[in-house]
Design a binder for this molecule. Structure first.
Ligand SMILES: *[C@@H]1O[C@H](CO)[C@@H](O)[C@H](O)[C@H]1NC(C)=O
Ligand SMILES: *[C@@H]1O[C@H](CO)[C@@H](O)[C@H](O)[C@H]1NC(C)=O
Ligand SMILES: *[C@@H]1O[C@H](CO)[C@@H](O)[C@H](O)[C@H]1NC(C)=O
Length: 479
C-alpha cells in the first residue's frame, strides 16, 4: 500500500467513525428525550389509574377524574427560560418559577395561616444562574418548599444591600411568621462581592443544607426573628482560600449572623470572613463548627456572642483555628469539647460587669509558646463585679498559659506561715470564694493552724508555733 492510499483509507476510516459517532450521539440524545417522554406518559397513565381506583366505589365517577393528571410540583427553572450557562440574566425566570411554586396547589396548613405546598421543589437542574435582583419570595405565608441543585451568582449590578435568596417581605404588615419549612439545599451561592447570600426573616424551621456560600460582603447567612433556622453541612467564606491567604488581613463581612432564638449551626466550615458567626439571640447551638475565617492577630473573630446579660448559647465539639471566641457579659454559656489551635483563646468582655453561669470545660488549647492565656478578660468598660457560677476547668494546654477558676498547689516551709499565690492560674483578680487546705506537718507534732487571708488571690495559712510542714491548697472562684 502506497503512502498516499494508506493515508486516504485512514481518512475514510476516521470519517466513517465520525459519522457513526454522530449518529450514535444523536440517537442516544433522542433516546433520552423519548425515554423522558415515555416516562411522563406512563406516569400520567398511572396517575389516572390511581384516580380511577380511588373512586371505584363511587357510583358515578365523574369523567374529569379519569382524565385529569395531577400536575407535578417540581419546577424546572430552565422551563421558565433560565440560562444554566450563567451568561444571561435568569432573575425573572427563577422568580417566575418561585412564584408558580408558591401559588401552586396546597395541602392544608402548617402553622396557622401558612399554606402547605406539600414539598414542592424548585429544581436548578445543576445550572449556574446569573441573578441581578434578590430572589425575594413574592408571596408569603407558605411552607414545605425546597430550592436545590445549582449555583446562583450575583451579577455586577446586584444591589450591595441585597441577598441572593431572600425570605423577607417588603410589606410592613406580614403574618407573624412569613414562611415555614423552606429548604435551601445543594446550592452554591456566590454573592460576587455584592451583598449577602441568604436572608431568613421571621421564618420558622428553615433548613440550609449542603450549601457553599461565598463572595459575600455583608452576611453569608442572616437569620433574624423567627426561630429554628438550621444551618447544616455547609461551607462559608468571603474569599475562596484554604488558609494562609495573602489577603487575610483584608477579609471582611460575617459568615453567619444569628439575630434570633433557637437556631442551630452544625458541621459548618467558615474559611474566610472578618467574623465567623455573630450571635445576638438566645438558645442557639453551635456544634461541629470549624472557624478559620480570619486570625485574631489580624483582627478577626471566630464566634462573637453579643448578648450581654442573657447569652444562653452552647458552643460544643468545635474547632477554633487561629481565631477565637468573644463573649460579652456572658450569662449561661457553655463552651466544651472544642479545640483551639494557633493561640486561639476565649475573651470575656465586660459590658456591665456580669458573668454568670459559664462553663468552659474539657477543651484543648494549642499555641506557640508566646505566653497567651487561654481565657482572657476585657475590662476596658469596667471590671467584672458580678461573678457567679463560673467554671473554667479541666482544659488542657500546649504552648499556652492555662487559666482556670479553680487553682491548687502545695507550699512547703519551716515556720509559722505558708502563702500560695494563685494569680498565675486564676482568671479573676482578687476573687476567692472557697478554700480547702490540708496542713501536713513533718514529725509527729500537732499544731494549731488556720486560713488567715485570701485577698489578691494569695492564700495565707498560719500556725501558732514554728513547724516544718507542707500545705495543700485548693481555691475556687466559681462558687
Ligand atoms: C488590603 O487592603 C489594603 C487597603 O485597601 C490594600 O492596600 C492592600 O493591598 C490589601 N492587601 C491585600 C493582600 O490584598
Ligand atoms: C526548722 O526550723 C527550726 C528553727 O530554725 C530548726 O530548729 C529546725 O531544725 C528546722 N527543721 C527542719 C526540718 O528544717
Ligand atoms: C490580707 O492581706 C492583704 C495584703 O495582701 C492586707 O492588705 C490585708 O490587710 C490582709 N487582711 C487581713 C485580715 O489580715
Amino acid at each position: 500500500m502506497g503512502e498516499r492510499s494508506w493515508a486516504s483509507s485512514l481518512l475514510s476510516l476516521i470519517m466513517v467513525f465520525a459519522c457513526l459517532s454522530h449518529v450514535l450521539g444523536d440517537k442516544s440524545f433522542a433516546d433520552v428525550h423519548s425515554h423522558d417522554h415515555q416516562m411522563r406518559k406512563m406516569q400520567a397513565f398511572k396517575a389516572s389509574f390511581v384516580r380511577r381506583d380511588s373512586i371505584s366505589n363511587s357510583p358515578s365517577p365523574t369523567p374529569s377524574a379519569v382524565t385529569v393528571t395531577p400536575s407535578p410540583r417540581v419546577y424546572h427553572v430552565t422551563s421558565y427560560g433560565a440560562d444554566p450557562t450563567g451568561k444571561l440574566d435568569s432573575t425573572q425566570a427563577i422568580l417566575q418559577a418561585i412564584s408558580d411554586a408558591l401559588e401552586g396547589p396546597t395541602d392544608g396548613f402548617l402553622m396557622e395561616g401558612i399554606s402547605n405546598l406539600g414539598g414542592a421543589q424548585i429544581n436548578l437542574e445543576g445550572g449556574n444562574y446569573l441573578i441581578s435582583q434578590p430572589l425575594q419570595f413574592p408571596v408569603v405565608a407558605r411552607g414545605n418548599l425546597m430550592i436545590h441543585g445549582g449555583t446562583l451568582k450575583a451579577s455586577d449590578n446586584f444591589p450591595t444591600d441585597g441577598y441572593l435568596l431572600d425570605l423577607s417581605t417588603s410589606s410592613s404588615s406580614g403574618p407573624e411568621y412569613l414562611f415555614e419549612f423552606i429548604t435551601f439545599r445543594d446550592l452554591l451561592v456566590d454573592s460576587n462581592f455584592r451583598g449577602g447570600g441568604i436572608q431568613v426573616i421571621n421564618s420558622l424551621r428553615t433548613s440550609i443544607d449542603n450549601c457553599y456560600i461565598t463572595h459575600f460582603t455583608t452576611n453569608g447567612i442572616l437569620a433574624k426573628g423567627g426561630h429554628e433556622t438550621y444551618i447544616r453541612n455547609s461551607f462559608l467564606g468571603q474569599h475562596i482560600t484554604a488558609g494562609g491567604d495573602k489577603g487575610e488581613r483584608n477579609f471582611s463581612g460575617t459568615a453567619i449572623n444569628l439575630m434570633g432564638n433557637d437556631n442551630s449551626v452544625t458541621d459548618v466550615v467558615i474559611f474566610s470572613a472578618e467574623i465567623g458567626i455573630i450571635v445576638s439571640g438566645q438558645a442557639n447551638l453551635l456544634s461541629g463548627v470549624h472557624c478559620y475565617n480570619k486570625a485574631t492577630g489580624f483582627g478577626g473573630t471566630g464566634i462573637y456572642l453579643k448578648l450581654p446579660g442573657l447569652t444562653q448559647t452552647r458552643i460544643v465539639n468545635s474547632y477554633l483555628d487561629f481565631t477565637g471566641i468573644v463573649a460579652e457579659d456572658p450569662v449561661q454559656l457553655q463552651i466544651s469539647n472544642t479545640f483551639f489551635l494557633g493561640d486561639a483563646f476565649i475573651k470575656l468582655k465586660s459590658i456591665n460587669g456580669v458573668v454568670n453561669g459559664v462553663n468552659i470545660v474539657d477543651n484543648m488549647f494549642s499555641g506557640s509558646n508566646k505566653g497567651i492565656d487561654i481565657v482572657q478578660l476585657d475590662q476596658t468598660n469596667g471590671p467584672f463585679n458580678t461573678i457567679d457560677q463560673v467554671v473554667v476547668d479541666r482544659n488542657n494546654v500546649k504552648g499556652m498559659n492555662l487559666k482556670a477558676t479553680i487553682g491548687s498547689g502545695v507550699v512547703q516551709g519551716n515556720g509559722t506561715s505558708w502563702t500560695l499565690d494563685l494569680n498565675p492560674i486564676l482568671i479573676f483578680p482578687n476573687l476567692i470564694k472557697n478554700v480547702q487546705y490540708t496542713f501536713f506537718p513533718s514529725g509527729n507534732s500537732f499544731v494549731n493552724h488556720a486560713l488567715r487571708n485570701v485577698s489578691n488571690n494569695q492564700v495565707l495559712i498560719e500556725s501558732d508555733v514554728q513547724v516544718p510542714a507542707s500545705v495543700f491548697v485548693v481555691a475556687d472562684q466559681g462558687k
